[in-house]
Design a protein around this ligand. Structure first.
Ligand code: GLC
Length: 732
């Protein structure tokens, strides 16, 4: 008996010991990530380390099969999870389980000026990416809105580095809270699509550090982004996907980025530079086939065999390879191998609710004479809806952010649902042709007959909603090309004029990701700037038009009256789009409202501007002290009162001016904002902590930030061109 007992105990002990021994550290979810990374690295061969650093298919890269380390699966995009793509081509794979929720475009999120919605957005889209088993979400895009012609502005957060910083951080935190890596793009200076693959951008260090880098720095240092995507263009002579200054010095050394630098698809052009200048994962380089038989299979990628060969020959230091592999392993342990990776969900009611809420809060009311809006239910018998954007899918097209959706409620759907099909008459009005990526397809329909039909419908209606704007066609709001002009395309200006003649009760609703010129602005009683609002577009737009929801959006970028009023277009071709080889951002730090304010040019509509169905009053602005040292925080306080008859929200914006400085500075710069929701008659005291350090300019002589002592003027308003209170403080 005793011997049996002893045998059992011994066997149990043996199993225990072996069980312990059998589980290597990198598989032990109780071990800290850095220990697991080092343990996995030490178990890998050189070949396996190199195999982590380049794609195995269009959107995936290898893990380490022998060790059970999973592959890395990436997918677009910033507004929703792209349908599954074929293994080695851009085409859709035709799956039937990948129709997603389309969230509003990031311009809409930014226009909400509500960082809480960014967190909601990130969590929601993160859950959809998680459910689709993606390791990396290829978004958000945060390139600064420099020119209204940039084809991809709709994917980004606008013209102001502070707004972009505040809005991108919670989005990243939201996505990564679901165990999916965000991939912040496109680092950096990818502010146009024209010649994006090679244009060599240059600009002053001040413009670089004060305008184009802050949102990326916030994404890395506050958002803790686990990956970042190199841009296609060049910066000071090196492609951004392997740029020593951007990646080694600024991103990894100064900002202490510990994640993965992923190339844009096809953004890699040199093994030497990819190895030495901070690229970690090469994606999308051209290949003619999966197998080694092809002329250029994956194994011939710049970071594939050429890299391995260089390591073996001692041309490249193994430490460079270990750093890349370490970063990729860290990404894997933060996601697919994480100890407590949450689960996702897909096309859930919560995601629809989130999409609708973000859309509602991002819509901007630009003009509203004689309380044209809201058009409450029952106010009119016959509502004419005119324009292709009322009934055209706007979640498709636009390039890599294009989506295959579970559903999309168009503006027309929403208006019919809101007012009843017996009260809504629709007429196309204008037609733009099919949404083609890469080429422009004119419409086959006759513009005059479309316009005449629309005029008849408008004549006969009590009220007309023209719903137009841009769309995701090539040379519109679309990747791979820029717009050719500031004007509305497809004859819309002419149509709007005709509709106004037919019925003066015509409002204009623009759906776009960019500013447009408005020759009819004085004749139209009301204007709404809608965005690409996603699956819940129709509901959100109808909610605002009918007054169910009080609009609270503010413009994240300026609307110039004409293109030449915009700083990027003031200095000729070298400034935009460049001379086809080089480009210099000559407007320097004066981007967006910084330009309009400083050059005293009146925009059509200003950054930060947006109306409400109620009214607000910003009360006395005060600070806790009048003099501060450079490292102190200013406690700013003011009141916001809803002086109207409806619940609504105001965005209080705090700008700062440095009137006396050794270098030129913009008239004002946004340094804080807060969205305040108030019942009619309600007043709230708002307190903002503003760091004096945030008043710094980048001092090129010191190669560092600098706050010169002296006076600073705090400026409080509800738009960049509507400052209601000023307060002087002094920095010692
Ligand atoms: C595209 C875009 C990038 C996208 C990637 C994969 O060219 O520039 O934003 O994530 O390639 O589609």
């Amino acid at each position: 008996m005793k011997s049996i007992f002893l045998t059992v105990v011994a066997t149990g002990a043996w199993l225990m010991v072996n069980a312990q021994q059998k589980l290597p550290v990198y598989l032990d979810i109780n071990k800290p990530i850095e220990e697991r990374v080092e343990n996995a690295l030490s178990a890998m061969t050189t070949e396996e380390k190199v195999s982590l650093c380049y794609a195995q298919s269009k959107f995936s890269s290898k893990g380490v099969p022998r060790l059970g380390i999973p592959e890395v699966w990436t997918d677009d995009g910033p507004h929703g999870i792209r349908e599954e793509v074929l293994w080695d081509e851009w085409g859709g794979a035709g799956w039937t389980n990948d129709s997603c929720t389309a969230f509003p475009a990031l311009t809409c999120l930014s226009a909400s000026f509500n960082p809480k919605l960014s967190l909601l957005y990130g969590k929601s889209i993160g859950e959809e990416a998680r459910y689709r088993n993606k390791t990396v979400l290829l978004g958000p895009g945060i390139n600064i809105y420099r020119t209204p012609l940039n084809g991809r502005n709709f994917e980004y957060l606008g013209e102001d580095p502070y707004l972009s910083s505040r809005m991108v951080v919670p989005y990243i935190q939201g996505v990564q809270s679901i165990g999916v890596a965000a991939c912040v793009k496109h680092f950096a200076l990818n502010n146009q699509e024209e010649w994006r693959g090679h244009i060599n951008v240059d600009l002053s260090d001040r413009a670089l550090y004060e305008i184009y880098l802050p949102a990326f720095k916030a994404a890395v240092q506050e958002g803790k982004a686990w990956s970042i995507m190199g841009a296609y263009n060049q910066f000071r002579g090196e492609h951004c996907c392997h740029n020593d200054l951007l990646l080694n010095k600024i991103l990894k050394k100064d900002w202490k980025f510990d994640g993965v630098v992923i190339s844009d698809w096809g953004g890699v052009h040199s093994t030497d530079q990819a190895v030495n200048n901070g690229l970690d994962l090469e994606m999308g380089t051209y290949t003619d086939g999966l197998t080694t038989k092809g002329k250029f299979p994956y194994s011939e990628y710049y970071l594939a065999n050429p890299f391995l060969k260089g390591i073996k020959e001692g041309k490249y230091d193994i430490a460079l390879l270990n750093d890349k592999a370490r970063r990729i392993l860290r990404l894997i342990f933060r996601t697919t191998m994480s100890a407590n990776r949450p689960f996702g969900r897909f096309v859930s009611p919560e995601h629809s609710e989130a999409a609708r809420k973000i859309a509602q809060e991002g819509i901007v009311l630009l003009k509203n004479d004689k309380q044209f809006f809201p058009v409450t239910n029952g106010k009119f018998k016959k509502i004419a809806v005119i324009g292709e954007n009322a009934d055209r899918s706007l979640v498709i097209g636009g390039g890599s952010s294009s989506l295959k959706v579970a559903y999309e409620k168009s503006p027309l759907d929403g208006l019919i649902a809101k007012y009843g099909k017996d009260h809504v008459v629709y007429s196309l009005g204008y037609a733009s042709g099919p949404s083609m990526y890469g080429r422009e397809e004119p419409s086959k329909l006759n513009a005059d007959s479309l316009m005449n039909a629309a005029i008849e419908v408008a004549k006969d209606a009590d009220v007309v909603f023209f719903i137009g704007g841009l769309n995701k066609n090539h040379f519109q709001d679309c990747e791979g090309g820029d717009r050719k002009s500031l004007s509305l395309p497809f004859g819309q200006d002419k149509l709007i004029d005709a509709l106004l003649k037919a019925n003066k009760n015509t409002a204009v609703v623009l759906l776009s990701g960019n500013a447009v010129s408005m020759p009819w602005v004085d004749k139209v009683p009301a204007i709404i700037q809608g965005w690409y609002l996603g699956s819940e577009a129709g509901s959100a737009l109808a909610d605002v038009i009918s007054g169910e929801v009080n609009p609270s959006g503010k413009l994240p970028f300026s609307f110039p009256k004409k293109l030449e009023d915009n700083g990027a277009h003031f200095y000729g071709k070298i400034s935009y789009p460049g001379d086809s080889i080089n480009q210099y951002y000559k407007e320097d730090i004066l981007v967006g409202y910084r330009w309009f304010d400083t050059k005293k040019i009146v925009p059509q509509y200003a950054f930060g501007y947006g109306l409400s169905y109620t009214s607000f009053n910003l009360g006395t602005l005060s600070a806790d002290k009048s003099t501060y040292s450079k490292d102190e925080i200013i406690k700013v306080r003011f009141t916001v009162k809803n002086t109207g008859a409806r619940y609504g929200a105001e965005v209080a914006q705090l700008y700062v001016n440095d009137p006396v400085c050794s270098v030129p500075r913009p008239v004002k710069e946004l340094k804080a904002f807060e969205k305040v929701f108030l019942q009619p008659g309600e007043m709230k005291v708002v307190e903002m902590d503003v760091k004096v350090a945030d008043f710094a300019f980048y001092d090129e002589s010191k190669k560092d930030w600098n706050v010169e002592p002296g006076d600073f003027i705090l400026q409080l308003g509800n738009s960049s061109n509507n400052i209601s209170q000023k307060l002087k403080i002094t920095v010692k």
